[in-house]
Design a protein around this ligand. Structure first.
Ligand code: GTP
Ligand code: MG
Length: 249
Protein backbone atom coordinates (compact mmCIF):
# COMPACT_ATOMS: atom_id res chain seq x y z
CA UNK A 1 0.00 0.00 0.00
CA UNK A 2 2.64 2.45 1.01
CA UNK A 3 4.22 2.30 -2.44
CA UNK A 4 1.22 3.58 -4.43
CA UNK A 5 1.47 7.15 -5.71
CA UNK A 6 -1.55 8.54 -3.92
CA UNK A 7 -0.10 7.33 -0.67
CA UNK A 8 3.31 8.90 -1.08
CA UNK A 9 1.79 12.32 -1.71
CA UNK A 10 -0.90 12.28 1.00
CA UNK A 11 -0.20 14.61 3.94
CA UNK A 12 1.30 12.60 6.76
CA UNK A 13 1.58 12.65 10.51
CA UNK A 14 4.52 10.69 11.85
CA UNK A 15 4.49 8.71 15.08
CA UNK A 16 7.94 8.65 16.66
CA UNK A 17 9.23 7.75 20.11
CA UNK A 18 11.06 4.95 21.92
CA UNK A 19 9.95 1.33 22.11
CA UNK A 20 7.05 0.47 24.38
CA UNK A 21 5.75 4.07 24.45
CA UNK A 22 2.42 3.17 22.87
CA UNK A 23 2.75 4.29 19.23
CA UNK A 24 1.24 1.20 17.66
CA UNK A 25 -1.50 1.01 20.28
CA UNK A 26 -2.36 4.64 19.50
CA UNK A 27 -2.47 3.98 15.77
CA UNK A 28 -4.86 1.05 16.24
CA UNK A 29 -7.04 3.14 18.54
CA UNK A 30 -7.36 5.90 15.94
CA UNK A 31 -7.86 3.38 13.17
CA UNK A 32 -10.64 1.50 14.95
CA UNK A 33 -12.25 4.43 16.71
CA UNK A 34 -12.69 2.09 19.69
CA UNK A 35 -10.40 -0.01 21.86
CA UNK A 36 -6.74 -0.36 20.79
CA UNK A 37 -5.38 -3.70 19.61
CA UNK A 38 -2.83 -5.86 21.38
CA UNK A 39 0.57 -4.95 20.02
CA UNK A 40 4.05 -6.32 19.84
CA UNK A 41 7.39 -4.69 19.10
CA UNK A 42 7.26 -3.01 15.70
CA UNK A 43 10.04 -3.76 13.24
CA UNK A 44 8.81 -1.84 10.21
CA UNK A 45 6.90 1.36 9.48
CA UNK A 46 3.17 1.04 8.97
CA UNK A 47 0.74 3.56 7.43
CA UNK A 48 -3.00 3.87 7.86
CA UNK A 49 -5.24 6.32 6.03
CA UNK A 50 -7.55 8.32 8.29
CA UNK A 51 -10.02 11.15 7.84
CA UNK A 52 -9.86 14.35 9.81
CA UNK A 53 -13.41 15.60 9.74
CA UNK A 54 -13.79 19.35 9.55
CA UNK A 55 -17.49 19.99 10.02
CA UNK A 56 -19.01 17.44 12.40
CA UNK A 57 -19.86 18.42 15.96
CA UNK A 58 -17.50 15.79 17.20
CA UNK A 59 -14.61 16.70 14.92
CA UNK A 60 -12.33 16.94 17.92
CA UNK A 61 -12.80 13.25 18.68
CA UNK A 62 -11.00 10.45 16.91
CA UNK A 63 -14.18 8.40 17.28
CA UNK A 64 -15.33 10.45 14.35
CA UNK A 65 -12.29 9.81 12.19
CA UNK A 66 -14.06 7.66 9.62
CA UNK A 67 -16.88 10.16 9.17
CA UNK A 68 -17.64 10.37 5.47
CA UNK A 69 -20.82 12.42 5.63
CA UNK A 70 -19.16 15.80 5.87
CA UNK A 71 -16.01 17.52 4.77
CA UNK A 72 -12.88 15.73 5.70
CA UNK A 73 -9.21 15.60 4.88
CA UNK A 74 -7.52 12.32 4.24
CA UNK A 75 -4.13 11.87 5.79
CA UNK A 76 -1.70 9.13 6.62
CA UNK A 77 -0.78 8.23 10.15
CA UNK A 78 2.64 6.59 10.02
CA UNK A 79 3.84 4.26 12.77
CA UNK A 80 7.55 3.56 13.20
CA UNK A 81 9.61 1.08 15.23
CA UNK A 82 11.00 2.58 18.43
CA UNK A 83 13.73 0.08 19.25
CA UNK A 84 17.17 1.69 19.36
CA UNK A 85 18.59 -0.80 16.88
CA UNK A 86 15.90 0.16 14.36
CA UNK A 87 16.35 3.91 14.79
CA UNK A 88 17.61 4.30 11.22
CA UNK A 89 14.22 3.11 9.94
CA UNK A 90 12.32 5.82 11.82
CA UNK A 91 14.87 8.57 11.11
CA UNK A 92 14.96 7.51 7.46
CA UNK A 93 11.20 7.84 7.27
CA UNK A 94 11.42 11.28 8.86
CA UNK A 95 13.96 12.37 6.26
CA UNK A 96 12.05 11.01 3.26
CA UNK A 97 8.41 11.70 4.03
CA UNK A 98 7.01 14.21 1.57
CA UNK A 99 4.13 16.16 3.04
CA UNK A 100 4.97 15.96 6.70
CA UNK A 101 2.32 17.88 8.64
CA UNK A 102 3.23 17.05 12.21
CA UNK A 103 5.18 14.74 14.47
CA UNK A 104 3.61 12.98 17.44
CA UNK A 105 6.48 11.91 19.69
CA UNK A 106 5.02 9.37 22.12
CA UNK A 107 6.65 8.89 25.53
CA UNK A 108 5.83 6.58 28.44
CA UNK A 109 5.08 9.09 31.22
CA UNK A 110 4.81 6.23 33.73
CA UNK A 111 8.43 5.16 33.18
CA UNK A 112 10.02 8.56 32.60
CA UNK A 113 11.02 9.08 36.22
CA UNK A 114 13.48 6.22 35.73
CA UNK A 115 16.73 7.26 34.16
CA UNK A 116 16.93 4.11 32.09
CA UNK A 117 13.81 5.26 30.24
CA UNK A 118 14.43 9.02 30.39
CA UNK A 119 17.94 8.84 28.88
CA UNK A 120 17.11 6.94 25.66
CA UNK A 121 13.82 8.86 25.27
CA UNK A 122 15.59 12.23 25.47
CA UNK A 123 18.43 11.09 23.26
CA UNK A 124 15.98 10.07 20.54
CA UNK A 125 14.07 13.34 20.95
CA UNK A 126 17.36 15.25 20.65
CA UNK A 127 18.02 13.64 17.27
CA UNK A 128 14.52 14.40 16.02
CA UNK A 129 14.62 18.05 17.13
CA UNK A 130 18.13 18.51 15.75
CA UNK A 131 16.93 17.14 12.44
CA UNK A 132 14.11 19.73 12.39
CA UNK A 133 16.50 22.49 13.43
CA UNK A 134 18.92 21.67 10.60
CA UNK A 135 16.06 21.40 8.15
CA UNK A 136 14.87 24.89 9.13
CA UNK A 137 18.39 26.28 8.82
CA UNK A 138 18.77 24.89 5.30
CA UNK A 139 17.58 27.85 3.24
CA UNK A 140 17.69 25.89 -0.02
CA UNK A 141 14.93 23.52 1.06
CA UNK A 142 12.30 26.00 2.33
CA UNK A 143 10.14 23.33 3.93
CA UNK A 144 6.94 24.10 5.84
CA UNK A 145 7.40 24.08 9.62
CA UNK A 146 6.52 20.85 11.41
CA UNK A 147 4.96 21.10 14.88
CA UNK A 148 5.82 18.47 17.47
CA UNK A 149 3.34 17.05 19.94
CA UNK A 150 4.90 15.20 22.82
CA UNK A 151 2.20 12.73 23.78
CA UNK A 152 2.75 11.96 27.46
CA UNK A 153 1.11 8.54 27.41
CA UNK A 154 0.02 6.03 30.07
CA UNK A 155 -1.46 8.67 32.36
CA UNK A 156 -3.78 5.96 33.69
CA UNK A 157 -0.87 4.42 35.62
CA UNK A 158 -0.17 5.70 39.12
CA UNK A 159 3.55 6.09 38.42
CA UNK A 160 2.84 8.55 35.59
CA UNK A 161 4.47 11.95 35.90
CA UNK A 162 2.19 14.94 35.33
CA UNK A 163 2.82 16.55 31.96
CA UNK A 164 4.59 19.58 33.48
CA UNK A 165 7.15 17.18 34.92
CA UNK A 166 7.40 15.19 31.73
CA UNK A 167 8.35 18.49 30.13
CA UNK A 168 10.86 19.53 32.80
CA UNK A 169 12.47 16.07 32.96
CA UNK A 170 12.92 16.02 29.19
CA UNK A 171 14.29 19.57 29.07
CA UNK A 172 16.78 18.79 31.84
CA UNK A 173 17.96 15.62 30.14
CA UNK A 174 18.20 17.37 26.75
CA UNK A 175 20.35 20.03 28.44
CA UNK A 176 22.64 17.31 29.79
CA UNK A 177 22.88 15.54 26.42
CA UNK A 178 23.62 18.83 24.68
CA UNK A 179 26.56 19.64 26.90
CA UNK A 180 27.98 16.12 26.84
CA UNK A 181 27.75 15.95 23.04
CA UNK A 182 29.51 19.30 22.65
CA UNK A 183 32.28 18.20 25.04
CA UNK A 184 32.64 15.04 23.01
CA UNK A 185 33.32 17.13 19.94
CA UNK A 186 35.91 19.25 21.72
CA UNK A 187 37.69 16.12 22.88
CA UNK A 188 37.49 14.38 19.54
CA UNK A 189 40.65 16.03 18.18
CA UNK A 190 38.92 17.98 15.43
CA UNK A 191 41.13 20.92 14.40
CA UNK A 192 40.38 24.00 16.50
CA UNK A 193 39.21 25.96 13.48
CA UNK A 194 36.51 23.42 12.76
CA UNK A 195 35.30 22.99 16.31
CA UNK A 196 33.22 26.16 16.36
CA UNK A 197 31.05 25.33 13.37
CA UNK A 198 30.76 21.61 14.07
CA UNK A 199 29.81 22.27 17.64
CA UNK A 200 27.22 24.80 16.58
CA UNK A 201 25.82 22.33 14.05
CA UNK A 202 25.00 19.74 16.64
CA UNK A 203 23.96 22.16 19.38
CA UNK A 204 20.22 22.04 19.96
CA UNK A 205 18.41 25.33 20.51
CA UNK A 206 19.92 28.66 21.51
CA UNK A 207 23.67 28.44 21.04
CA UNK A 208 25.64 28.81 24.25
CA UNK A 209 22.58 28.96 26.52
CA UNK A 210 22.95 27.31 29.88
CA UNK A 211 19.68 25.40 29.84
CA UNK A 212 17.77 23.95 26.96
CA UNK A 213 14.05 24.69 26.79
CA UNK A 214 11.48 23.71 24.18
CA UNK A 215 10.80 27.43 23.65
CA UNK A 216 14.26 27.79 22.09
CA UNK A 217 13.04 25.72 19.16
CA UNK A 218 10.61 28.48 18.12
CA UNK A 219 13.63 30.21 16.62
CA UNK A 220 13.57 27.35 14.10
CA UNK A 221 9.77 27.42 13.65
CA UNK A 222 9.39 24.23 15.69
CA UNK A 223 6.44 24.46 18.09
CA UNK A 224 6.48 21.85 20.83
CA UNK A 225 3.59 20.96 23.11
CA UNK A 226 3.51 18.36 25.86
CA UNK A 227 0.00 16.93 26.20
CA UNK A 228 -1.05 14.17 28.61
CA UNK A 229 -3.23 11.24 27.64
CA UNK A 230 -3.68 7.51 27.61
CA UNK A 231 -4.30 5.07 24.83
CA UNK A 232 -5.81 2.28 26.89
CA UNK A 233 -8.23 4.21 29.09
CA UNK A 234 -10.94 6.76 28.33
CA UNK A 235 -9.71 9.24 30.90
CA UNK A 236 -7.72 11.20 29.97
CA UNK A 237 -7.94 9.30 26.67
CA UNK A 238 -6.50 10.37 23.33
CA UNK A 239 -8.93 13.05 22.15
CA UNK A 240 -6.52 15.94 22.77
CA UNK A 241 -3.91 14.29 20.58
CA UNK A 242 -6.46 13.76 17.84
CA UNK A 243 -7.49 17.40 18.12
CA UNK A 244 -3.89 18.49 17.63
CA UNK A 245 -3.61 16.27 14.55
CA UNK A 246 -6.93 17.41 13.08
CA UNK A 247 -5.90 21.06 13.52
CA UNK A 248 -3.03 20.56 11.09
CA UNK A 249 -5.43 20.22 8.15
P1 GTP B 1 7.60 -0.30 19.60
O1 GTP B 1 6.77 -0.90 18.52
O2 GTP B 1 8.52 -1.28 20.25
O3 GTP B 1 8.32 0.94 19.17
O4 GTP B 1 6.59 0.17 20.80
P2 GTP B 1 5.26 1.04 20.65
O5 GTP B 1 5.56 2.46 20.95
O6 GTP B 1 4.57 0.74 19.37
O7 GTP B 1 4.40 0.48 21.89
P3 GTP B 1 3.03 -0.33 21.84
O8 GTP B 1 1.98 0.46 21.15
O9 GTP B 1 3.30 -1.68 21.31
O10 GTP B 1 2.65 -0.39 23.38
C1 GTP B 1 3.51 -0.99 24.33
C2 GTP B 1 2.71 -1.48 25.52
O11 GTP B 1 2.17 -0.39 26.26
C3 GTP B 1 1.53 -2.36 25.13
O12 GTP B 1 1.44 -3.42 26.03
C4 GTP B 1 0.35 -1.41 25.28
O13 GTP B 1 -0.85 -2.08 25.55
C5 GTP B 1 0.79 -0.56 26.46
N1 GTP B 1 0.14 0.75 26.47
C6 GTP B 1 0.01 1.62 25.45
N2 GTP B 1 -0.65 2.72 25.83
C7 GTP B 1 -0.95 2.57 27.12
C8 GTP B 1 -1.63 3.39 28.09
O14 GTP B 1 -2.11 4.50 27.83
N3 GTP B 1 -1.71 2.89 29.36
C9 GTP B 1 -1.22 1.67 29.70
N4 GTP B 1 -1.37 1.27 30.96
N5 GTP B 1 -0.58 0.88 28.82
C10 GTP B 1 -0.44 1.32 27.55
MG1 MG C 1 5.04 -0.39 17.78
Amino acid sequence: LSTSNTYTTAPSVLLLGPDNAGKTALLTLFERGAAPAQTHTSQVTHDVELNASTDADSKDSFRNHDDTTGTHTKFLLVDTPGHGKLRNIAMGKLARIEKLKAIVFVVDAAALSEHETLAPTASYLYDVLLFLQKRASDQSKKKAPVPVLIAANKMDLFTALPSTMVKSHLEAELTRIRSSRSKGLLDSGVGMDDVGSEEQDSWLGEYGSEKFSFKQMQEYDVDIDVVPGSVTSDTPGADKWWKFIAQQF
